[in-house]
Write a protein that binds this ligand. Structure first.
Ligand code: BEZ
Ligand code: FE
Length: 283
């Protein structure tokens, strides 16, 4: 019998049949789902051939704007909430544990190790902030020897690697290790919120329709300890006016910090709660 011909009513099924004829596994399964959703999108929104060509041109520009320094595809995924959704699905944690958020493009894995109490502000520009933090397990026991990588924007909302000619290398980045009491502390400056890069095709397209591109002020943390799930997260400044509209959907009540001012400097106290790595939890 001849195969049914391609039509509006069976388009996704015809393509899915071809995909299923290939190898088994997650890739064909994923592609079938992607085709079903894509065909549904086209049927619902009925783009003209010109509209569709424009969509393809946009995706082409996203590719051209991506290289080893800039990942415009990741920005598209971040701003449309897909990165946050993948994180939600993959890092479900028990109540009381610190949640993960998007790591973002400004992380560097080569920041210097510093002694407790050191300042990560290499240019001293901004209002001084002392961060005092504790790393504990779900039962409240301190985790000694945890490694904490921290990075943040400066008081103008700009990261050191966005301004290599204006900020000292490794400004506002550092790596610390908790002591026997599970605590770490360091000095820095209060970060400012910022808008995600708006000069590429993604920021320009979303900016045109008034989509929120701002991020409330935050500090980034990547915390590792043997036998525990790595935490990759933010602490947000609870007084930032944009807290309710983070462009990357990262704000959760547990991640909002209270920055206190004593007349001379800001301070922030915060406890991170780690959970045992999954295979140890199951054992
Ligand atoms: C950030 O928080 O550093 C960030 C994350 C994703 C996209 C842009 C910025
Ligand atoms: Fe950030």
């Amino acid at each position: 019998m001849a195969a049914p011909s391609f039509s509006e009513s069976n388009s996704a099924e015809i393509v899915a049949e071809r995909l299923r004829n290939g190898a088994d596994g997650r890739l064909p399964q994923f592609l079938v789902a992607a085709v079903e959703h894509l065909h549904r999108l086209v049927k619902e929104t009925k783009p003209s051939a010109v509209d569709w060509r424009q969509a393809i041109e946009f995706l082409t520009e996203v590719g051209h704007a991506s290289d080893h320094r800039r990942q415009e595809w990741a920005l598209l995924s971040d701003l449309l909430g897909v990165t946050a959704l993948v994180e939600e699905i993959n890092s479900k944690r028990p109540k009381g544990a610190t949640p993960n958020t998007v790591r973002g493009p400004f992380y560097r894995g080569d920041a210097p190790r510093l002694p407790l109490g050191a300042s990560i502000s290499l240019d001293g520009v901004g209002e001084p902030l002392e961060v005092r933090a504790w790393v504990r397990d779900l039962d409240g026991h301190p985790i000694a020897g945890a490694t904490i990588e921290t990075w943040q924007a400066n008081a103008q909302g700009v990261y050191e690697n966005q301004q290599p000619d204006l900020q000292p290398e490794f400004n506002l980045r550092g790596v610390f290790t908790t002591g026997a009491d599970g605590a770490f502390h360091y000095r820095t400056v209060k970060p400012c919120g910022y808008a995600v890069p708006g000069d590429g095709p993604v920021g320009q397209m979303l900016g045109r329709i008034g989509y929120p591109l701002r991020r409330p002020a935050h500090l980034h943390f990547l915390i590792r300890a043997d036998g525990f799930e790595t935490i990759s997260t933010h602490i947000y400044d609870g007084s930032d006016p944009h807290l309710g509209e983070d462009a990357l959907f990262g704000v959760k009540q547990e991640l909002v910090g209270a920055f206190g001012w004593d007349g001379k400097q800001w301070s922030l106290d915060f406890t991170f709660v780690m959970v045992r790595a999954r295979k140890e939890r199951a054992a």
